[in-house]
Design a protein around this ligand. Structure first.
Ligand code: DAH
Length: 341
C-alpha cells in the first residue's frame, strides 16, 4: 500500500473521466474507481493492514482523493450533459430558409363573391343585410306578396311544396314581408340566399340564389329606383354602362319593370353573351304594391317603397363571362380554381 498507488489511481480515474464520450461511459468509470469494488474502495479496505501511526495520514489522503474524484465526476457529468444538449440542438436545428410545403387553400365560390360585392356596393347607400327561412309559409312566399291562392300569377314560379301551407321559397321577396312586419320604416334592406324552383333545363336551375333590395321611405318614386339601380350596375359591372327598364308585371309591385343593363362584354355593340341585342336582363323591380303594405299593416301612402330582385348566378355569368350557368352548381374544382381571383 503506497501513496504512489493512490496517486496512480487518481491520475487514471481523472483521465478516464475526462475521456468518457457519454453519460453511460462516464458512469462505468465511476463504478470502476469509486464503486463498491472499485479500485479506491479496494485501497480503503486494505488500510486495515496499516500501522496505527500511518493510518490517520493515509486515511486523510484517501478521503481527499475520494472527494476530488467525486467532484471530478460531477464536473465531467455536467460537461457531458451540456455537450449532449448542444449536439441535440444542432441536430434538430430548423432551417428557416427551406421553402414551405404547399397547403391548397379554399376560396370563395363565384356566387358568394358576387353576393358579397353586391352587398358592399349597396351598404354604401345605407342598405343592411337580412336573411330568411328557406322553408316558408305559403303566406310569406305568396299571399302577403299579393299572389292569392289559385291565382294564375302562381304559375310564374314552379314550386316545391312541403305540405299544404309550406314551400321551399321560390324567391327572396318573402324577406321583404318579414322585414316590414318586424321593423319600423324607413328601411333600406338587402335580402339574400338560396331559392328553389321545380324546373331544370339549359337555362334554369332548381336551386339558385337571389338578392333582394327594398327601400321604404316617405316619398319614393320610379326615379329613385332607376337611380339606385343605375348606380349599382355601373359599380358592379363597370362605369358608363346604361340601364333600361321594360314594362312588366309582378303582383307585388306596381308599376313593375324588367331591368336590363348594357352588355358588359361588348358594351352594347352586340355579342354572343347578349344574343346580339346589346342588352342583358338582370332581374325585376318596381314600386311596392299598396296591397303588400296593407298585408304588412304599413300605412300607404304615408310610407312608400321600391323593390328589386336579381339572380346571383346570372350576375356571376355576366360578370365573369361564364358560358354555361350549370358550371356554377357543379363545383368542378378545375372550374372553381379558374374563378378564384
Ligand atoms: N321575386 C321576383 C322573382 O323571383 C323578382 C322580383 C321582381 C323581385 C320585382 C322584386 C321585384 O323585389 O320588385 O321573379
Amino acid at each position: 500500500m503506497s501513496y504512489q498507488k493512490l496517486e496512480q489511481i487518481e491520475g487514471e480515474a481523472l483521465k478516464h473521466f475526462q475521456q468518457a464520450q457519454n453519460s453511460k461511459e462516464l458512469y462505468d468509470q465511476k463504478v470502476r474507481f469509486l464503486g463498491k469494488s472499485g479500485s479506491l474502495t479496494e485501497v480503503m479496505k486494505e488500510m486495515g493492514h496499516l500501522s496505527k501511526e500511518e493510518k490517520p495520514f493515509f486515511g486523510k489522503k484517501v478521503n481527499e482523493t475520494k472527494q476530488k474524484l467525486e467532484q471530478a465526476y460531477v464536473d465531467a457529468e455536467e460537461k457531458l450533459k451540456r455537450r449532449e444538449i448542444e449536439d441535440r440542438m444542432h441536430q434538430e436545428e430548423l432551417d428557416m430558409t427551406l421553402p414551405a410545403t404547399h397547403a391548397p387553400a379554399g376560396g370563395p365560390h363565384p356566387v358568394y363573391s358576387v353576393m358579397e360585392e353586391i352587398f358592399t356596393i349597396m351598404s354604401r347607400l345605407g342598405y343592411s343585410l337580412r336573411t330568411g327561412p328557406l322553408v316558408e309559409r305559403d303566406y310569406y312566399n305568396f299571399e302577403a306578396l299579393n299572389i292569392p291562392q289559385n291565382h294564375p300569377a302562381r304559375d310564374m314560379q314552379d314550386t316545391f311544396f312541403i305540405d299544404e301551407s309550406h314551400v321551399l321559397r321560390t324567391h327572396t321577396s318573402p324577406i321583404q314581408i318579414h322585414s316590414l312586419e318586424s321593423e319600423a320604416p324607413p328601411l333600406r334592406i338587402i335580402g339574400t340566399g338560396s331559392v328553389f324552383r321545380c324546373d331544370s333545363d339549359i337555362s334554369h336551375l332548381p336551386h339558385f340564389h337571389q338578392i333582394e333590395g327594398m327601400c321604404v321611405d316617405r316619398k319614393v318614386s320610379m326615379a329613385d329606383l332607376k337611380g339606385t339601380i343605375t348606380f349599382f350596375v355601373s359599380e358592379f359591372f363597370g362605369p358608363g354602362l346604361k340601364t333600361r327598364f321594360r314594362p312588366s308585371f309582378f303582383p307585388f309591385t306596381e308599376p313593375s319593370a324588367e331591368v336590363d343593363c348594357q352588355c358588359p362584354l361588348c358594351k352594347g355593340k352586340g355579342c354572343s353573351l347578349c344574343k346580339q341585342s346589346g342588352w342583358i336582363e338582370i332581374g325585376g323591380a318596381g314600386l311596392i304594391n299598396p296591397k303588400v303594405f296593407e298585408f304588412a299593416k304599413i300605412n300607404y301612402p304615408d310610407w312608400q317603397g321600391f323593390a328589386f330582385g336579381f339572380g346571383l348566378e346570372r350576375m356571376a355569368i355576366i360578370k365573369y363571362g361564364i358560358e354555361d350557368i350549370r358550371l356554377l352548381p357543379e363545383n368542378d374544382i378545375r372550374f372553381l380554381r379558374q374563378m378564384s381571383l
